[in-house]
Design a protein around this ligand. Structure first.
Ligand code: PMP
Ligand code: GLU
Length: 398
C-alpha cells in the first residue's frame, strides 16, 4: 500500500475532464453519445496556426527555450494586452505556461502559505477550489445568484474578506454560467475590496466568446487603481480552438511573476518550443475564424436555451458568453425515473448518461446543486438530438 501525500487526499478529481473522457470512451466503443460535456470548441485550430507550428518544427525549433517563454511570445502577449485590454505590461511581467490552468496553479503555489484564503464565487469553475487546496490554501466560497444575474453582491463579498484573504478570483464570462460582469458590477467589487490588501485574479479565458453589445471589461479596466494588484490569466485554448496545444499565460506584478517562474523553472520548464512559435502567429494573425466561431456559438446558444426552456421543470437564462448554459433543474429533482429517485444533479447526470447516452456535467462540483452544465460547442444536429433525449427523459419522470 503506497502512502500518498496528505494534499492528494484533499483534492477531488476534475469532473469536467472525467465526464468528457467517459463520453469519449463510450463514443469510441460505438455508442451514439450526445456530449454536452466538452469544455472546448468543436472547431479545428486555424490552418495558419498549424502551418506556423510545422514551419517551426521543420526549422529545428525543437529545443528547450527560456522557461518563461520565448521573447517574441512574451512581447506578442504584451501587445495583445495593450491592444485588446488597454493594459500596459513589460515582458518580465508575463509568464507563459501550459495553459491558463497551469498559470492559475502557479499563482496559487507562489501566493499561498498554509491557511491563506482565496475568495471564489459560486458557481465556480471546478478546478479553482482544488488548486487552492493543492497550495495548502483555503477556498472561501461566496454565493452568487441566478436571479441577480450571478453578479457578486458586494456585502456578501465584504463579509468573506478577512486578514487571511490573499486573492479574489474573477471569471467573466464565467464557466459554468456564461454570465459576464459589466463595468458597474466590477466597480462594486473594486469598492468592496478597496480596504483589503488582496490580489485580484482575473481569469479572462472566455474574453473573446462574448455575445453582449457591451465590450469585454475586466477589473483593472473598471478600476485602474487596482492594476498594480491584478493578475490577468488568459490563453489560446478557447479563442483559437487550441485546447490540446497547452498554452496560456499570466501577466501581473513583477514579484509575483518572478515567483511563479521559479516554480515553473523547478517543475515543467518551458511550454513546448514550436507551440510557442504558433502562439505568436495566432496572436498576431487574422481573426476571421474566431468571428465565424463566435457567430456559430451565438446561434447554437439560442437553439439550446430555447429548447431547454420548453422542458417542464427546467429554467435556463441566456448566457452572455463562453459556450455553456447552466439550466436550473431543481424542478426535476425529487421525481422518479424508472422507480429511482432523481436525488440530485449527480444522479441526474448519471441517469442521462446511462439511460439516454447524453453527457451533461452536474452542477454540484461547480458549487451549484440543482443545476447542470451543458456545452453548446457542439453541432446543431447534436444539440437537436440532445434536446430530444432530454425531452424523453423529462417525459419519463413520475
Ligand atoms: N479557466 C477557466 C474558467 C476554464 O474553463 C478553463 C478550462 N478550459 C481554464 C481556465 C483553463 O484553460 P487552459 O488550461 O486550456 O488554457
Ligand atoms: N475547463 C474546461 C471545462 O470546464 C476543460 C476541462 C477542464 O480542464 O476542466 O470543461
Amino acid at each position: 500500500m503506497i502512502k500518498l501525500a496528505q494534499r492528494v487526499q484533499a483534492v477531488k478529481p476534475s469532473p469536467t475532464l472525467s465526464l468528457n473522457a467517459k463520453a469519449k470512451a463510450l463514443a469510441a466503443k460505438g455508442v451514439d453519445v450526445v456530449s454536452f460535456a466538452a469544455g472546448e470548441p468543436d472547431f479545428d485550430t486555424p490552418a495558419f496556426v498549424k502551418e506556423s507550428a510545422k514551419r517551426a518544427l521543420d526549422a529545428g525549433f525543437t529545443k528547450y527555450t527560456a522557461s518563461a517563454g520565448i521573447p517574441e511570445l512574451r512581447a506578442a502577449i504584451c501587445d495583445k494586452l495593450q491592444k485588446d485590454n488597454a493594459l500596459g505590461y513589460t515582458p518580465e511581467q508575463v509568464l507563459v505556461s501550459c495553459g491558463a490552468k497551469h498559470s492559475l496553479y502557479n499563482i496559487f503555489q507562489a501566493l499561498l502559505s498554509p491557511g491563506d484564503e482565496v475568495v471564489i464565487f459560486a458557481p465556480y469553475w471546478v478546478s479553482y477550489p482544488d488548486m487552492v487546496r493543492l497550495a495548502d490554501g483555503v477556498p472561501v466560497i461566496v454565493e452568487t445568484r441566478p436571479e441577480e444575474g450571478y453578479v457578486p453582491d458586494p456585502t456578501r463579498l465584504k463579509n468573506a474578506l478577512t486578514s487571511r484573504t490573499r486573492a479574489v478570483v474573477l471569471n467573466s464570462p464565467s464557466n459554468p454560467t456564461g454570465a459576464s460582469l459589466d463595468k458597474k458590477a466590477l466597480q462594486s467589487i473594486a469598492e468592496a475590496v478597496a480596504g483589503h490588501d488582496c490580489l485580484l485574479i482575473t481569469d479572462d479565458i472566455y474574453e473573446k466568446l462574448l455575445y453582449t453589445a457591451a465590450p469585454f471589461c475586466n477589473i483593472a479596466n473598471a478600476q485602474p487603481s487596482l492594476f498594480a494588484r491584478t493578475v490577468v490569466v488568459n490563453g489560446l485554448s478557447k479563442a483559437y480552438a487550441m485546447t490540446g496545444w497547452r498554452v496560456g499565460y499570466a501577466a501581473g506584478p513583477k514579484e509575483l511573476i518572478a515567483a511563479m517562474q521559479l516554480i515553473q523553472d523547478q517543475s515543467t520548464s518551458n511550454v513546448t518550443s514550436f507551440v510557442q512559435k504558433a502562439a505568436v502567429t495566432a496572436l498576431q494573425g487574422p481573426t476571421d475564424e474566431l468571428q465565424t466561431m463566435v457567430k456559430a456559438f451565438k446561434e447554437r446558444r439560442a437553439l439550446l436555451v430555447n429548447g431547454l426552456n420548453k422542458l417542464p421543470g427546467v429554467t435556463c437564462p441566456m448566457p452572455d458568453g463562453a459556450f455553456y448554459v447552466f439550466p436550473d433543474v431543481r424542478g426535476l429533482l425529487g421525481k422518479r425515473h424508472q422507480g429511482i429517485e432523481v436525488s440530485g444533479s449527480l444522479k441526474l447526470s448519471e441517469i442521462l448518461l446511462d439511460d439516454y447516452q447524453l453527457a451533461a456535467v452536474p452542477g454540484l462540483p461547480f458549487g451549484a446543486e440543482g443545476f447542470l452544465r451543458l456545452s453548446f460547442a457542439a453541432s446543431r444536429e447534436t444539440i437537436e438530438k440532445g434536446l430530444q433525449r432530454l425531452q424523453a427523459f423529462v417525459s419519463a419522470l413520475t
